[in-house]
Ligand binder design. Structure first.
Ligand code: AZC
Length: 827
């Protein structure tokens, strides 16, 4: 027995790190894993065998990481996130294991092209946008920094929908990412945990004569963990991402089977499995749907149970929990974890309330990702009480205790109590999840300097007054492995030739490139990289969508979720205005640098205005691209289904990055960082992390425009009337009139009427107020672009000065300011 156990902890040995070693292993996987011969293997067979082979190279490291972590008893980060927008796995695994060349050569010797197999992978789109991609960057960084971390989330059977266009309108298709096999996951049905729902609570007296509450639930589901490797960059470490899949429990099934209700039994199974069926395709707006709350509770209940019972040693004293774990709450989606931990400690472990609360408060920290008040999640008390009655009781108790404290500090301040209560009374009684997270969390952070400041001053002012030290900032970051090294091999080689490879794990070192901005030869090489990346994009778009890009043009890119606050409409107005001015003879198209306007954006399926905007972009594109009068000068492209994979080719090709949200609305943005790091210049407002990008790269290398947040505030308070801007600005008027005329809808004035009337009468995000400033900034862009050498210099400086935006740095900030965890290998 003992011997067995000793054997079982011995790390597996990886296959040989050589072409022969790889080929042998690959063929073995093909034959014994896929059950096919090389001659008969389909591309999918080959891809699956390749993925499994690469996985084997990581396996020994993974097992070793788990073992070391157990032995070290170090503090871990449990990142709780309803979304992980991972992107393709193969290349990242090849990079982590330094196998790319070996694999390329090995496959070639078998007549297989690595590129073909790469394309076979369907990316796991288990997230909507920024928040989900951030989670993926963070776990990559933690693995690379050798910090113990488990990512917890949901294994959605269907991720974010696949976007198609029909007559320019978005049509959603199911994302069946699992259909062709899922070689990167390791299911562990034997480690399933049961999660309860519904029912009621009851009071009872325990054996020690203490009066207690307990939950009497009515139904349950089983959570099956699926493990994924999170390899660090060539450092021998592999962390774990554990995603939960919902299954019907046997007890539930059997009862019905026994009563002969076969169809009912299968139906109940479907009901249970619905929980992890599909990702809510909503971005920055909460859904308030029961299934969504089920998802949230499902995955955090599984995760806490897993950590307490499986990750910690069996005899672990939970009083020491804060020394072993910090649960980082990625927005409010996992906040129901707070009452769940309280329930475990108080109801199951029979602790005193105060004792449990003291421990709980130390185990959580909360990151807020928004500024839009309507995006803060609330759950109707009626719904929460129906699904999780005991949790509701616990939330009430937390609230009562908290408000009693506040009342002591501010005697007689009734209004303040009402403002700070976790329970909102209007428009319906509901639980404000951000308040619960703030009260329970040891720290609360925003995701960029400006955002954190506005979070303190505008979103949670009473709380930041109450606990000034609880609030902090950690500016977002992106992983340089995926978004520079993998996405932009040509630039990576250029950088590495210039300053060595250290930047890949220490991105601040990009600074060493700064002097090269003044080196003519280097600038030429830098331009060659951009040109190469544009060719690569052009080939991809041709293959993928049949889109042809014109040869030599400035590539102006706006990619992000479609949201009114992000103001894709402002971009469209710019294009329409240029078009109108050229067609009307006011502007000579040969006097402006040719531009390609590229869009990528998904709209939430129920978000009408966003879907209209997509149609408008497509329709404007159709007219502009077909008009000989602007040919060569203006081109609009909108490849469907923008995702991580497309971003990896699109961003490195860009010259201009559009970050034009209304000041005070975009929490941070992370696309903005990816563009700067890949040598695009930004045209942007004073919003989110744009502020920090501009500070770092320098005003002269950034095109700033638009109202600043206090001006926005003042204008709205004074009573904003968009029609006035329309009346007073002829250029703007002509652009809007052209849209209103039906010119982009085959003469039909009704199609885009809602957009026009919204702009003229409501314009919540001040598009018209910022229009002229935006056009002026675009003129500055044109002028700057004409000076090729100066532009290249700015682009190089953007790269050299953006090292701060590495997610490695962001993780160090979390460690310093929030987690206080000690990495296994120190800084
Ligand atoms: C996003 C913010 O809108 C974006 O500004 C930020 O960069 C990103 O989070 C990461 O912090 N928020 C979301 O994506 N929110 C949701 C609910 O999807």
């Amino acid at each position: 027995m003992t011997e067995n156990r000793a054997n079982s902890t011995a790390p597996a040995t990886a296959p040989q790190h050589s072409v022969e070693g790889f080929v042998k292993e690959f063929l073995r996987e093909l034959h014994y894993g896929q059950g096919v011969t090389l001659e008969r293997a389909s591309v999918n067979d080959q891809y699956l065998a390749l993925a499994r082979t690469v996985r084997e190279y990581l396996m020994a490291r993974w097992l070793e990481t788990v073992r070391r972590q157990r032995d070290a008893q170090a503090k871990s980060v449990a990142y709780l996130s309803a979304e992980y927008l991972l992107g393709r796995q193969l290349d990242n695994a090849l990079l982590a294991t330094d196998l790319s060349e070996i694999v390329e050569e090995g496959l070639a010797s078998l007549g297989i092209e690595l590129g073909t197999l790469r394309e076979q992978e369907v990316e796991p789109g288990l997230g909507n946008g920024g928040l989900g991609r951030l989670a993926a960057c963070f776990i990559d960084s933690l693995a690379t920094m050798s910090v113990p971390c488990i990512g917890y989330g949901i294994r959605y059977e269907y991720g974010i929908f696949r976007q198609t266009f029909v007559d320019g309108f978005q049509v959603e298709k199911a994302d069946s990412w699992l259909t062709l096999g899922a070689p990167w996951e390791f299911p562990h049905p034997e480690a399933a945990v049961t999660v309860h729902f519904g029912g009621s609570t009851e009071r009872y007296t325990d054996d020690d004569g203490v009066e207690r509450s307990r939950w009497v639930p009515t139904w349950d589901v089983r959570g099956v963990p699926y493990n994924y490797m999170v390899p660090g960059y060539q450092n021998g470490r592999v962390n774990t991402l554990r995603l939960w899949s919902a299954q019907a429990t046997e007890a539930f099934d059997l009862a019905i089977f026994n009563s002969g209700e076969y169809v009912e039994a299968v139906r109940s199974q479907t009901f249970a499995e619905n929980i992890s069926k599909v990702l809510y395709p909503e971005d920055s707006t909460p859904q308030g749907k029961e299934l969504r709350l089920q998802q949230q509770y499902f995955f955090v209940a599984c995760s806490i149970r897993d950590f307490v019972e499986n990750v910690l040693p069996a005899d672990f004293d939970l009083h020491n929990l804060p020394e072993r774990i910090i649960f980082q709450l990625n927005d409010t989606h996992p906040v129901i974890a707070v009452p769940e931990l309280m329930r475990i400690l108080v109801d199951e472990k029979k602790w005193d309330w105060d004792e449990a609360w003291a421990v709980t408060q130390k185990c959580f920290a909360y990151t807020c990702h928004t500024l839009l008040p309507e995006a803060l999640e609330v759950w109707p008390v009626a719904l929460l009480g129906k699904l999780l009655p005991r949790h509701l009781e616990i939330i009430y108790r937390i609230n009562d205790d908290f408000l009693a404290e506040v009342a002591q500090r501010y005697p007689g301040d009734e209004l303040r109590l009402r403002r700070m209560s976790i329970i909102a009374e209007h428009p319906e009684r509901s639980v404000r999840m951000a308040f619960l997270a703030t009260i329970a969390g040891s720290k609360v952070n925003g995701v960029a300097e400006l955002h954190s400041q506005l979070l303190r001053d505008k979103v949670l002012p009473d709380f930041s007054e109450y606990w000034p030290d609880k609030f902090t900032n950690v500016t977002n970051g992106v992983t340089p492995r995926r978004f520079v090294r993998l996405a932009n091999p040509a630039l990576s080689d250029l950088i590495t030739d210039a300053i060595g490879p250290g930047w890949i794990t220490d991105l601040g070192r990009l600074r060493e490139m700064e002097p090269l901005a003044d080196d003519q030869e280097f600038r030429e090489k830098f331009r060659a990289v951009k040109a190469h990346n544009k060719h690569r994009l052009s080939a991809l778009l041709q293959r993928r969508d049949g889109i042809t890009l014109p040869g030599d043009a400035m590539l102006d890119v706006m990619v992000k979720r479609l949201h009114e606050y992000k103001r894709q409409t402002l971009k469209v107005l710019h294009i329409v205005s240029l078009y109108e001015r050229i067609v009307s003879g006011e502007l000579d198209p040969t006097t402006i640098p040719p531009r390609v306007f590229a869009f990528g954006a998904k709209a939430a399926p129920g978000y009408k205005m966003a879907k209209q905007t997509i149609a408008l972009i497509n329709h404007v594109g159709r007219v502009v691209n077909a008009d000989p009068r602007v040919k060569g000068a203006l081109t609009v492209v909108f490849p469907p289904n923008y995702n991580v994979t497309l971003a990896e080719t699109l961003i490195p090709a860009a010259d201009l990055s559009e970050q034009i949200s209304l000041a005070g609305k975009e929490a941070s943005g992370t696309g903005n960082m990816k563009f700067a790091l890949n040598g695009a210049l930004t045209i942007g407002t004073d919003d989110g992390a744009n502020v920090e990008i501009r500070e770092l790269v320098g005003d002269e290398n950034f095109f700033l425009f638009g109202l600043v947040e206090p001006e926005v505030d003042a204008l709205v308070t004074a009573g904003y009337r968009p029609a006035e801007f329309y009346e007073e600005n002829a250029t703007l008027r002509r652009a809007i009139d052209l849209i209103a005329s039906g010119a982009f809808a085959g003469g039909d004035r009704t199609v885009f009427e809602p957009i026009v009337s919204n702009l003229l009468h409501e314009d919540r995000f001040l598009v018209l107020a910022d229009f002229q400033a935006y056009l002026d900034a675009q003129d500055r862009v044109d002028e700057a672009y004409r000076d090729t050498e100066a532009w290249t210099r700015s682009a190089i400086l953007n790269v050299a000065r953006s090292g701060f935006f590495s997610s490695d740095r962001a993780m160090w900030d979390y460690i310093d300011r929030i987690w206080h965890s000690r990495p296994v290998v120190s800084r």
